[in-house]
Each structure stands twice: as C-alpha cells, then as structure tokens.
Design a protein around this ligand. Sequence first.
Ligand code: ZN
Length: 459
Amino acid sequence: MLGHTLPAAIYLRVSGKLQAGPDRFGLQSQEHECRAYAARLGLSVARVYVDQITGVSDDREQFQQLLRDAEAYSAVILGVQDRLARNVPLSYMMLEALQAVGLQVHSAGEGRLDLEDDTNALGFGIRAVIADQERRRITKRMYGGKLAKVRAGQPVAPIRAYGWKDGRPDPETAPRLRWIFEQMETQGANQVIYTLEAEGVPSPAGRPRWTKTTLLKIIGNPVYKGEYGFARKGERLTIPVEPLVTPEQWERVNAAVHARHRNQGRAGTQAHIYQLQGVARCGRCGSVITSTGVQQLKSGEKLRYYYCRGTLRIEGAHCEHRTYYRIEDVHAVIEDALTALAQDDRAVMQAVQAPAPTPRTQDGALARLDAEWDRWKGALRAGAITPEELATERRRIDATRARLLEVPAAAPALDVKAWQAALLEQRANLPLGQALRAAGITVLLDVGGAVTFKIRGSG
Ligand SMILES: [Zn+2]
C-alpha cells in the first residue's frame, strides 16, 4: 500500500462565514479529522496548508504552494470533500492538479479520491454534484428568508441610509438629512456641498469631503419618503417605514434636481447666476465673496451682485472693500482673464501656489481667527480694552488672515502646457464655476473689480 517514507500534507479550506460557532466544518475540527485519518493510515503529517475563502475572493494561494512543495510529500489529506470546492468543475480541476504532481489524494470523510479509478471517480463526481446542490439550496433558503421578512413588513436588515442608525431615525443625522432636502430644492449640489464642508459636517462615510454623487443618491432614495424597497430575482416589494421628509417634499425636491440637471448651464438657472460660490475670495481681506438676492427690475431685468462678506456687520464689518459688483460684469472679467491665462505661461506660473495648507486646515485657521475676533469684541463690550486696542487687534488678525491666504509660491509642480490645455477643455464643457473648480483656481476679487487667480499646485 503506502510503501513511502515521505510524510503527508493536510490541505484545508475554511470560509469566514462557516467558521463562526461550533461548526463541524471549522478549521480545528477539520484538522483533527485529517490527523485522525492520517494516524489510521500510518501517515505522519508534515505540514498543514490552509486557504481562507473570504466572500468573493478565492485565490487558493496555499493550494498553489502545496503543488509547488509536492515533491516533499507522498499524499495529501483533505477535509470533507465539499471543502475542496463547492463547485463541480473546480473540484475536478483541483483534484486533477493534485494527482498531476504525483500526490495520492485522500479525504478524511470519504477515503481515497482517485480519478483514475472508475468507481472512485464516480463517487467523487456524485459528491461534488451533491455539494453543489447543497450550496444552491442554502442560497435559496437565505433569499427566501429575506423575502418572508419583507412580506411580514420588516426590513431585511436595519436600514443603513444616512439619517438612520440602528434601524431607526438618528437624532444626530436625521436633522441634517432634512436640511439637505430643504437646500436641494432651491440650490445646486455644489452650493450645498460647499456649505456642508464649510460647516464641518462629515459625509455619510465620515469623511470631510462630500461628493455630488453622494448627495444625489440621498435625494433619490425613496426610503426618506417612507418607502423601503427590496428587489431581487424578479420580485419587488415595498414596505412602509418612518418617513424623514414628507412624500410631497421628496417629490418636489427630486423634480427640482432633475429640472436643474436638464437646464445645467442654461441662462436662468441658479448655477448660471451664482458661478463664483465657493471659488472667490476678497482680495483685500480674504473673506468669502458672496452674492445678493435677485433684484427684479420693472423692465424684467434681474440684478444680482457679488460683494465681500467681510463688510457685513455680522462679520465684524472689518473690510473696507464695500463695492457691489454686478455678477455678469465679474463673470465677463473672469472669462477674459482666463482667456489670457490660457495663452500666458508666465501668468500661470505666477498664479500657482505651493500645495501647502489644504483648504480644510486653512478653513480651520480662518475660523479660529473669527472666533478670536469675537472674543476681542466681547472684551471691548466688557470694557476690558479700548477701541484703539480693538483696532490694533483687527489689523493683526487681518494680517494673519492675509498671510494664510497668501501662500508663498514654491517651485510650482505644474505642467503649464497640460494645465492650459485642460483649462480650455473645461471652459468649453463646463459652466464657469465648475471650470474654475476643475482647474483648481481661486478667484481673488480686489478693489475696483480687479481679478487675480490663485492656482492650486498639484501634490
Ligand atoms: Zn473683504
């Protein structure tokens, strides 16, 4: 029989899922069975090879290693056969591969596996087919269970959508979800993202950055109007859950989003009017450039203006740059300046900033300056400092703010020609604001309506 003096190897496959609990297919019990089998045949076991099957990945690294080490062994002992592969063709392939490198193959549960022996091969094939059927039945049973749960009016798993937690509306994120719905009815996704990020609201994945895709997915998810949908294998069921917004609001917001999407870039949409949201700063004080509401003239003409937020009382009215600029005028100046920039290599180099502070840390530093300013104002009200001292602090804070925004030009890591080509393409295909974003441009709007650009260096 086994005249060899060479030892045997054990090859085991474990799936993460079946490992949980006292499972007779678990790693330890498999190994134990194989060792007992080896002892019965008088084989000594030299090494145990284990492949882990996790979800979809099934790379069989250790199986390949076993094939490479084959010369050191006389035989290999497998756990029960369906551990080889729950898939008929794969089972055959693996068994063939083991025999091809000269290994005798044994299964702790079924004994010798030998494709050269007709009876044995037939038994192997039957067991492989049975294992395959078993796998299908388990899948079907799991799916049937889910469907039954939904029919009984219960979600398959706790709802995981943003605004939900542990199967119920989350007191922390549900109000944010409602806020997003409110905003998205009248504002473009980019503006809403800008506000969320400026307020430091983490994305559903817990990151500081939001994407348009995330927002649009949220808006389109019917779970927020109270409809939990479950669809698979040709069946579709909907069960009612607690709505976070009314169905009417949900429909309104989705209609608005779709309408905006259709009209993107056309005259009359918000995005067209308000291009510089989030990409422009005051050249004097570094505050955000914002826009007035629409002023409707009798002629039907609509007027809207850009201005520095630093001039607002609520911001401490610390900026002297009080000019209001018609947004069309500013856009025209920017368009011209971009045309010039696309042809002027030196201007591009001068506009490039070192990739120093990320906008986020910069925002944090700016917010701290604002908070400090509030404290000084409080100190004045409390009579702790004089107005002159307050003015001194204001100048110091303004200077610090200017330094934060004025990042020193280091060796710019920018391929100027490629950047210019990309800019031309972005201008041809995107509305102005999006083109500026895509090119990494910040617009500085200075006194008299002068426009300068800062370009984010790559890196
Ligand atoms: Zn300003």
